[in-house]
Design a protein around this ligand. Sequence first.
Ligand SMILES: Nc1ccn([C@@H]2O[C@H](COP(=O)(O)OP(=O)(O)O)[C@@H](O)[C@H]2O)c(=O)n1
Length: 396
Amino acid sequence: DAVCKGSTVHLSNNPAWWNLSRPANSSRIFYGVMFDAGSTGTRIHVYTFIQKDPEELPVLDNEMFHSIKPGLSAYADTPEMGGYTVRQLLKVAKKTVPRLEWKRTPLVLKATAGLRLLPSEKAQALLEQVQDVFDESPFFVPDDSVSIMNGTNEGILAWVTVNFLTGHLYAETRKTVGILDLGGGSTQITFLPKSKKTIGSSPDDYIARIDMLNSTYELYTHSYLGNGLMAARLAALGALGAEGTGITYFTYHHQHYPVSVPGYVGYKLCYQEVLKVVKGIVHQPYELKDTSVFYAFSYYFDRAVDAGLIDRTQGGMLEVRDFKKRAKEVCNKMSKYHLISPFLCMDMTYITCLLKDGFGFKENTVLQLTKKVNNVETSWALGATFNHFQNLKIYR
Ligand SMILES: Nc1ccn([C@@H]2O[C@H](COP(=O)(O)OP(=O)(O)O)[C@@H](O)[C@H]2O)c(=O)n1
């Protein structure tokens, strides 16, 4: 299957990892299947792990990844069709996991902002359909395998994934990287504060403790529901009213909105409008100045590609000011960029506003834009799999 190409992870910058020789006879190979039911799409991750020592984190040997659009919430009124999309994705797991391993390979699905924002009976109907598909499958279905994940865990688990894949969780230095995730419905920020003041000056529910690899980390983390890129577009478009020129359709949360995209508003006016979605809502952590590097993915990555700031396959390093500079160019030269996406001006301006006036990043903060690290998706899904296998404990 050409779509489902696998990959092997080499963590060459990580001595603890590197020193592991090829699996001896005592090593066990096992698999984990995690579904990410996001607001804009559903994705399957099939992980192959090698466990040498039961006391240590397993080695990730391979990830098989496949995604489809739209997300489950698009089937709010036809939940059985939502179940069908999951059944289609399950074929990837059947192809990847050897038949003999099926009955001990767990299937887990976690839904994010799309289902959080639906009326609960509609969300439940979708989850029940997924549960039926899982129950009919030949795989192992643990208790609580189909659920809506809370936003705090979404941020923490993405932080775990990125720091695991970059080798930071093994290093003695306790140097880690922060993460910025911009989804369609919600957005997450998570980092390990260096200063006690950051923890002291944060609302209690912004701090979470996790145990992993014999270390405890006290993390700053928050998920803003309604501040994902599509949710923010909707809020800002409402604010801009009908002063625009062309009519276009904007589909979000299973609704098609005929919107008049402003022909020319310019960066300043656009910034004023998106600021209303951010101001007074986003908490600014005390310390963001020297928190080394932040990894930014999802829509941060996609829009940086669309705006020509980074290469789609390579990703790259940007500073916050690069988003601002390009947002101005896109908004003030709409004719050049309008063809790429009528929303690029608004999206780039929102990202700039969220980073600067939202979180309070400095203009020279470095953002590492990444889709994959060592060929594995930067997503909460890997961290959620560790959490499931009890290699990671979260306390709140
Ligand atoms: N494994 C993944 C998952 C999401 N994404 C991107 O994340 C963005 C949307 O995230 P989402 O649909 O999960 O949104 P939320 O439900 O988290 O708000 C899109 O840009 C996706 O392409 C990705 O690049 N890789």
